[in-house]
Ligand binder design. Structure first.
Ligand code: FUB
Length: 324
């Protein structure tokens, strides 16, 4: 499949997380809607209220099944507003959805909801993960059976409000020549419901081994972490936010440090860019979104998929987005 394909033409879906469960591809997107809230740097216009799940056993032309609403903001006891990008992991036949949501103090926390089926519905836990903050959880099940949760996002994602897992009195971004704010990673607890350890920084270094700086906004982490493995190598990919790229860095373990490798996806139409990378039936795919169908309305995004190619040295061939 060399040409990108829209997956859910009848609705606005974004921020895909994708996994293979029971031999099928399951897609867990954010569900965009027209809320009428004006656009701002805080992301208030992304006022999503529920999640749908989609599945297919033929990504190259087969039907994509919509399993309907699987979790709604009204189901979450601690909910304030804004259900942003989620992810789902399977352990021992149970499915755990990790979702960012603002609590009643307008602080993003990460909640967990549980299901017996990858297609939901998901039942939320009474409280968010203890010590959780910021947005965009993504879970890796490593080959040894350990689960790692990656998370974080700047600006509206509130990561600049924290250092060393503690809330700051005054949120701040580092100066341009200081190390950029990293995503975070933590091993999950055995019951999948809490962090199993204090979250650690996901450090990305340049070819010379120096951490990327905050001013290096063409390469530094902004939001949308995703982790996959290819030929035993850990690929940490992410959005650069205000430069609108999906970039990647590689390492030899789930915590890093990772070395910056390049651009996976150049800017798409719309401010945000967000993705998942998954192997299915021997091919690799990049799931992502853009705002072409909504005429560029940045809060109404549409889900897409395109094949991803690796070179023999493990580098990824750059895909050109719709903003070129
Ligand atoms: O969907 C809301 C936010 O937009 C996500 O959490 C970010 O990754 C960006 O795609």
């Amino acid at each position: 499949m060399k040409e990108p394909k829209y997956l859910v033409p009848g609705d606005y879906m974004a921020d895909p997380a994708v996994h293979v469960f029971d031999g099928k591809l399951y897609i867990y997107p954010s569900h965009d809607r027209e809320s009428g809230i004006p656009e701002n740097d805080n992301g208030d216009h992304f006022d999503m209220r529920d999640y749908h799940v989609f599945s297919t056993d033929n990504i190259e032309g087969g039907a994509v099944t919509d399993h309907g609403v699987v979790l709604s903001v009204d189901d979450v006891p601690w909910a304030g507003r804004q259900l942003w990008d989620c992810d789902v992991a399977e352990k021992d036949g149970r499915y755990y959805m990790y979702f960012p949501l603002k609590d009643r103090n307008d602080i993003f926390r990460i909640g967990v909801a549980v299901s017996e089926s990858p297609a939901g519905p998901f039942l939320p836990q009474p409280d968010p993960i203890r010590g959780s903050y910021s947005i965009d959880p993504a879970v890796l099940r490593d080959d040894d059976g350990a689960y790692y949760i990656y998370f974080g996002g700047l600006w509206g994602g509130q990561l600049q409000r924290y250092r060393d897992n503690k809330a700051l009195e005054c949120p701040s971004l580092p100066a341009d020549d200081e190390p950029s704010l990293p995503a975070r990673v933590a091993r999950l607890s055995g019951d999948m419901l809490q962090f199993g350890e204090e979250p650690r920084p996901v450090v990305i270094r340049d070819e010379a081994g120096r951490p990327l700086t905050a001013g290096d906004n063409g390469r530094r982490f902004f939001e949308a972490p995703w982790m996959h493995k290819y030929n035993g190598v850990y690929y940490f990919s992410y959005s650069t936010g205000d430069t609108h790229r999906i970039c990647y860095a590689t390492g030899d373990n789930p915590y890093g440090p990772f070395t910056y490798r390049g651009v996976i996806l150049t800017p798409v139409v719309g401010w945000t860019t967000h993705h998942a990378i998954v192997e299915y039936r021997g091919k690799w795919y990049l799931f992502h979104h853009d705002c072409v169908p909504s005429g560029g309305r940045t809060w109404l995004r549409s889900l897409k998929v395109v094949e991803l190619e690796y070179r023999p040295d493990g580098s990824i061939v750059t895909i050109h987005g719709t903003d070129e």
